[in-house]
Design a binder for this molecule. Structure first.
Ligand code: EPZ
Length: 435
């Protein structure tokens, strides 16, 4: 079992900050690739462990800097975390702290998901929330208004939250103005040990919500309807630890499908889940790729033909086309015959990767939340830098096609969501290395 020591983790972080990816484009990707566990499921489940009085084991937990950061927060609360390969063992019997230092909170964009869990276990929580981030403002109004309905007093000043529920949390009927993933997760985490009945109307339906509910129910929670628009929760006194395997990462799956398609390659993706890809597979088929599955956890994609633009792509909440796949799909669209229109309906500012793609020769014009991509025959290598997690993945995708050697810096963005992107792609024949 390798335990996390602060020194080792900080040194690892420092190395990640200075390294870059060097990619020589033009190699067709072929072969098999394994998809790791979902970041956006592992993170809320790691927060959910806080509610359990005992030991939990999380399998298929991806080795990502965001997962490391979540474990550091758990350690700071008094949990004991240790990792053995893709499994993380957490003992959360004795929590001693509800105040998360701001340097730890700043390391992970989605740290707000700890709020509901800490409040649910301790009745108090103090944490800072780094409001704006690379995708535009990241408001948490839906999180806070929902928790207030459950009896939480929240003092919010300059991005710092001081929350308490002196009389304990109580169940509530909550309707979300927008099916926010994070707000739905925070309400579930606060409600599982609250007194009484909670309903979440217009809840997010993402597979990661279903996975969180499935883990918490194994711990003794009473959650029904996760994955539908309405979720019902009966509060319970206590939760025990449980053993759980995290679902595959559907965005990593989409990323590697884009990498296969942009190199006109032929790739088999394993340990994925075809059923989560229902809005993504048709887009590849519209382009002219052949995509099929011979078992739910395997996807075969063959892009050996010339590919054409799929028309207009509008990002939607699940089960629609996911916003997280938009940047990598845009890199692929830059190399298709014809024009693709992207309409980003989820985030206000999720086109920061377009400038960097244009440095590689892409032809993209942005007007507000609409980006028009005119396919080009050729992309040429350049020095580019990642602007955010999926923007970085978009640059990797484009560099696999670009003529020459591309350097990509600011890898810490990419390492938040991809456990070992260069080894995965090298395994498919890409000429890629981290220096
Ligand atoms: C989750 O973020 C994911 N992160 C994001 O993935 C993903 O892009 C997003 O869901 C949408 O699918 C994690 O799960 C850790 P939201 P989250 O709350 O919960 C607005 C990645 O690349 N909003 O559904 O923050 C918000 O501004 C990351 O892995 C409010 O206005 O997403 C945004 O426009 C990036 N008020 C929209 O809703 C609120 O209180 C969607 O946000 C909350 C959200």
């Amino acid at each position: 079992m390798d335990n996390f020591t602060a020194g080792e983790l900080l040194e690892r972080e420092a190395n990640l900050k200075n390294s870059k990816l060097v990619i020589r484009g033009g190699k067709r990707l072929e072969g098999e690739i394994y998809v790791h566990g979902a970041k956006n499921s592992a993170l809320p489940i790691l927060a959910g462990v806080v509610l359990c009085q005992g030991e939990s084991v999380l399998h298929n937990c991806p080795r990502l800097s965001d997962a490391d950061a979540a474990c550091r927060i758990l350690n700071c609360l008094g949990c004991k975390c240790s990792r053995a390969g893709d499994s993380v063992v957490i003992n959360s019997a004795d929590l001693i702290n509800y105040d998360v230092p701001s340097d730890l909170m700043r390391e992970m964009r989605s740290s707000i998901v700890f709020l509901g869990a800490i409040i649910g276990r301790m009745g108090r929580c103090k944490l800072s929330f780094p409001g704006g981030c690379e995708l535009g403002p990241r408001p948490i109004d839906l999180h806070l208004s929902s928790l207030r309905k459950m009896g939480v007093d929240i003092n919010e000043e300059h991005g710092f939250l001081d929350c308490s529920a002196e009389k304990g949390l109580k169940g509530a009927v909550i309707s979300l103005a927008f099916p926010s993933v994070g707000a739905t997760e925070n309400i579930i985490l606060a409600a599982v040990r609250a007194k009484g009945h909670t309903e979440i109307h217009n809840a997010a339906r993402e597979p990661e919500i279903v996975d969180l509910a499935s883990f918490l129910n194994k711990c003794g929670a009473k959650i029904k309807g996760a994955g539908d628009g309405t979720i019902y929760i009966e509060g319970v006194e206590k939760l025990e630890g449980a053993e759980h395997s995290v679902i595959p990462d559907r965005i990593v799956t989409a990323t590697y499908m884009c990498c296969a398609a942009i190199t006109r390659g032929e790739v088999v993706l394993k340990k994925t889940d075809y059923r989560q890809m229902s809005a993504i597979v048709p887009v590849f088929e519209q382009m002219g790729c052949s995509v099929y599955t011979y078992s739910d956890d395997t996807i075969y994609i063959n892009a050996r033909k010339s590919l054409k633009a799929p028309g207009t792509l509008r990002t939607m909440v699940y089960p629609g086309f996911p916003t997280d796949a938009q940047p990598m799909m845009m890199a692929l669209a830059s190399t298709l015959t014809g024009t693709t229109v992207f309409v980003e309906t989820i985030f206000d500012n999720r086109f920061r990767h377009t400038d960097e793609l244009c440095r590689l020769g892409a032809k993209i014009s942005v007007e507000g939340t609409v980006a028009v991509v005119e396919g080009v025959q050729k992309l040429s290598a350049a020095q580019v830098h990642s602007t955010d997690l999926r923007g970085g993945a978009a640059l990797v995708t484009a560099a696999l096609f670009a003529k020459g050697v591309t350097n990509i810096s600011n890898l810490y963005h990419i390492d938040r969501g991809y456990a070992n992107i260069e080894a995965d792609l090298r395994g498919l024949g890409a000429d890629i290395m981290r220096v």
